[in-house]
Ligand binder design. Structure first.
Ligand code: FEC
Length: 323
């Protein structure tokens, strides 16, 4: 038995996520890393620290969710490969915090991994988001002599769409229980904004997000005009960012007479700052001021259908490479 286990083909899985500080003291180096080595001003640092303190009093929920997602993906892959000659081993690599992407790849090398797949905990590809993760992963893998295949996106995977559809329906039902007619509810799908120059780069980000939104709207039976896509969490910089922002969209839908809004942040997969602050605090306050009833869909976190999606795309990347 032991001999059989040793002879299994071992494939590394680099599971990459944005990363978050581990303590209030780590906010400054984290923010400096996001800003490509430029430390934030005192005012910028205070503003970010205040946002973290507002969400859960200085705890960083993204870390726990990423840890749990990596564990749950490992368990899913173990179940799928039981009795086969292949073993997948997951490693975590974060974009802006420890363990960095390069640390995850170095840990694979220490364990003797020679072939690996990288996958990002974000379903939609942009050269400015997932592309950045994958190019760092490729560079580190080449340094250690690891053959790496990258998953770019999985925004229309049927199990991902099922999990997101369930979440939209759940909140539509919750609104209905409060007296809303289902077709009076406006669904706002959203994702992290990016600098508007991606529009000149032939980047698939916008199309992929629209495709996910349209697929969920269809599965939920939403009528035309009952949903739209909007942006959120744009950076606080002088460059133009993709819009409209959700706060402006709330004002626009109020002008159209809409009173019930369901926010579905499909560009994110975990409970973290951009959801717990930008939506649950900022957008909720804006909606209240406009007389709009506002709800948000539950995040995927370690949902089994999301884990099945990740396991599928990981194994598919390997099988395509072997053909
Ligand atoms: O909970 C947490 O601690 C982390 C939450 C978090 C997630 C996240 C995801 C994405 N971001 C994306 C793009 C950008 C671009 C800039 C930028 C800046 C920040 C800052 C914080 C932050 N992001 Fe983020 N992002 C999260 C947090 N992000 C904090 C810095 C302060 C601020 O602007 O609010 C601008 C960088 C620059 O200055 O050049 C661009 C994209 C995603 C979704 C995909 C992914 O998860 O990678 C795209 C979670």
């Amino acid at each position: 038995m032991e001999e059989q286990r040793v002879s299994k083909r071992k494939i590394g899985v680099l599971v990459m996520s944005y990363g978050t500080p581990r303590s209030l003291e780590e906010i400054e180096p984290y923010y400096t890393h996001i800003r490509r080595g430029n430390p934030p001003s005192e005012e910028q640092l205070k503003e970010l620290t205040d946002r973290y303190e507002a969400i859960v009093g200085g705890v960083f929920p993204l870390r726990e969710h990423t840890n749990r997602q990596v564990e749950a993906l490992q368990e899913t892959l173990n179940r799928r490969t039981e009795g086969t000659g292949v073993q997948y081993v997951c490693y975590q690599g974060l974009k802006h915090a420890q363990p960095y992407i390069e640390d995850g790849v170095a840990a694979m090398a220490v364990d003797g991994i020679k072939e690996a797949v990288s996958v990002v905990l974000a379903p939609h590809y942009s050269a400015m988001s997932v592309g950045g993760y994958n190019s760092r992963a490729k560079e580190a893998a080449a340094k250690h002599g690891i053959e790496l295949r990258c998953v770019n996106s999985y925004h229309l995977h049927p199990e991902l769409l099922d999990a997101l559809t369930e979440r939209v329906n759940e909140q539509l039902d919750a609104f209905a229980a409060e007296g809303a007619e289902r077709d009076e509810i406006q669904v706002l799908f959203s994702a992290h904004s990016l600098p508007a120059r991606i529009l000149e780069m032939n980047d698939p980000y916008v199309d992929e997000l629209n495709a996910t939104s349209a697929a969920i709207a269809e599965r939920c039976g939403l009528k035309e005009g009952q949903w739209r896509f909007t942006w959120q969490s744009a950076g606080r910089t002088a460059t133009p960012w993709l819009g409209p922002d959700i706060l402006d969209t709330l004002a626009a839908v109020q002008q159209e007479g809409i009173r019930w809004v369901l926010s579905a942040p499909i560009g994110f997969v975990s409970d973290h700052l951009e959801v717990l602050y930008d939506l649950d605090i900022e957008a909720v306050q804006e909606a209240e001021g406009l007389g709009i009833r506002f709800k948000r869909t539950r995040m995927l976190n370690d949902d089994p259908k999301y884990m099945a999606t990740l396991a599928d795309v990981t194994m598919k990347a390997m099988s395509e490479a072997s053909n």
